[in-house]
Design a protein around this ligand. Sequence first.
Ligand SMILES: *[C@@H]1O[C@H](CO)[C@@H](O)[C@H](O)[C@H]1NC(C)=O
Ligand SMILES: *[C@@H]1O[C@H](CO)[C@@H](O)[C@H](O)[C@H]1NC(C)=O
Ligand SMILES: *[C@@H]1O[C@H](CO)[C@@H](O)[C@H](O)[C@H]1NC(C)=O
Ligand SMILES: *[C@@H]1O[C@H](CO)[C@@H](O)[C@H](O)[C@H]1NC(C)=O
Ligand SMILES: *[C@@H]1O[C@H](CO)[C@@H](O)[C@H](O)[C@H]1NC(C)=O
Ligand SMILES: *[C@@H]1O[C@H](CO)[C@@H](O)[C@H](O)[C@H]1NC(C)=O
Length: 499
Amino acid sequence: MEPLPRGPWPLTCLVLLSLPGVGAQAGQDFKLQQPQDKVSVTAGETLTLNCTTSGDGPIGPVKWLKGWGSENETIYDQTGTIPRVTRAVTESDTDFTIHIRDVRPKDAGTYYCVKFGKSLRGISVFQRGNGTEVSVYAKPSIPEVFGPETRAGPGQSVPFTCTAGGFFPREITVKWLKDGAQISAQQPQVTPGQTKSSYNVSSTVSVTLQEGDVRSQLVCEVHHPTLPAPLRGSFQLSRALRVPPSVQVVADPPSPVEVNKTVNFTCHVKGFYPGDVAVAWLENGMEMSVGSTPPPSETPRGLFELRSLVEVQATEEKNGSVFTCRVVHDAQDPVSGTGTLRIAAPARDGLSGRSQSDNDNLVLIYIVVGVVCTVLALLVAAVLYLIRAKQSKAGKSSPSARLHEPEKSSEANTQESDPNNLTYADLNFDKERKTVRRMVEVSQQSEYACIQSSRAPNGDDNLTYADLDMVHLSKAPRRPAPRPEEAGSEYASVQILRK
Ligand SMILES: *[C@@H]1O[C@H](CO)[C@@H](O)[C@H](O)[C@H]1NC(C)=O
Ligand SMILES: *[C@@H]1O[C@H](CO)[C@@H](O)[C@H](O)[C@H]1NC(C)=O
Ligand SMILES: *[C@@H]1O[C@H](CO)[C@@H](O)[C@H](O)[C@H]1NC(C)=O
Ligand SMILES: *[C@@H]1O[C@H](CO)[C@@H](O)[C@H](O)[C@H]1NC(C)=O
Ligand SMILES: *[C@@H]1O[C@H](CO)[C@@H](O)[C@H](O)[C@H]1NC(C)=O
Ligand SMILES: *[C@@H]1O[C@H](CO)[C@@H](O)[C@H](O)[C@H]1NC(C)=O
């Protein structure tokens, strides 16, 4: 039995002695494969880092290090559990592939798969892989738009800034839109972000504000390879806009007014934004107590307006008083409107001055017209009177008879050739004396005329006669004397008897 155990002892020793030589040989055909050169992963997803070994290596662990040199960081070391990191094939002696879940931008870097060997001096690097450069594709954060610190008025150019951060890769595009229409901006500024492998972007645009921008929206649109659709940040321009009000004071009724009338002064405060406004009334610079400012109402355009009313009794002492509507909008300098109360000088008959003078003019016109008419009427009357007087004078002397000769009676020859020429007489009798019926014999030699009246003669001395002396009577065949007509009618007949 003894020699037998002796035999193996030297062999065991030999084997033990030869172990380092065996180890050296095994280390020489040991191979560590880290096949990935570059890997990209989107933040939040899981990163796989491959590493396999072959052949025999020295005793010692395989670890994953991030970075090399003094900056290195152990990601996996086969011992304890490191959060987020797991082995792809657990307990494997050849596959040291790891998964890092929920990757973050800070996970970006170069990863090394390293085989350590234990020696008397401790643990040292035996072999390492070529390293895998990991890029973490990171989506930019939701863009934020910053406006100016204070509001600005229409026409002012105001800068707006859009920022987004934490994205990778670096390439990024920023677009600005105002109410959906693209506006031009400067080139965006890309700066390193919180980690080495992420970036921040900042873009600035200048917008000239307008009154209508109360309802406008400014949008910053960020395009990045990691994004299926652009990300947007927005800004309501109303937040940056201040539209000052227009202030106008209107008096109802308008000045001048009668004394003791009530006058409403209305302050029209229009087209302002924001709606923060305070209205005060001053009478000749002294503040009046009119209560609180009524709430403004919003117009369809998004601006505000309000009306403030003050009632004033138009007493004579207030003649010439100035009423000021002072508007303080959004803590700015006051904007004012004024109205002056004027009291009309007392009117004589309650009519206003202007219609009074109109009436005076009318009255004057009527008077003139009346006077002229009266004068004319008087003139006409006078003329008529004169004519009548003349006529009555002529009529009073005696009833008259007038013989009319035919028109072509200047020549005796002509009359003889026309036997139908008649001589007739117009006899004018005074109406008061209708009773005459007499035959008048003018002269023996001359032709005579007989004048008959229908009634019987009274026998008084009043005679009606016709003087036919100067009449040339033409010859005509004798005709029967016309018969007197109905009694009462005035009728005269002149009959000429030839010798
Ligand atoms: C590591 O890099 C060396 C030289 O750059 C190359 O020859 C070798 O093939 C690489 N190994 C792997 C696993 O890529
Ligand atoms: C990495 O390792 C996993 C798990 O072993 C394997 O499925 C995959 O094919 C490997 N990829 C490469 C590029 O070697
Ligand atoms: C890793 O860093 C430590 C100290 O920070 C250093 O002692 C060690 O040599 C480094 N390892 C490698 C592989 O660079
Ligand atoms: C980058 O953006 C992040 C947030 O997105 C912020 O916390 C950080 O301060 C920014 N860094 C720089 C350099 O602007
Ligand atoms: C106006 O009112 C005052 C006081 O009420 C009164 O004394 C004055 O007579 C009034 N004047 C007229 C024109 O009505
Ligand atoms: C009010 O003042 C105006 C001039 O300022 C004057 O013409 C008018 O007569 C005044 N009215 C009264 C009632 O005194």
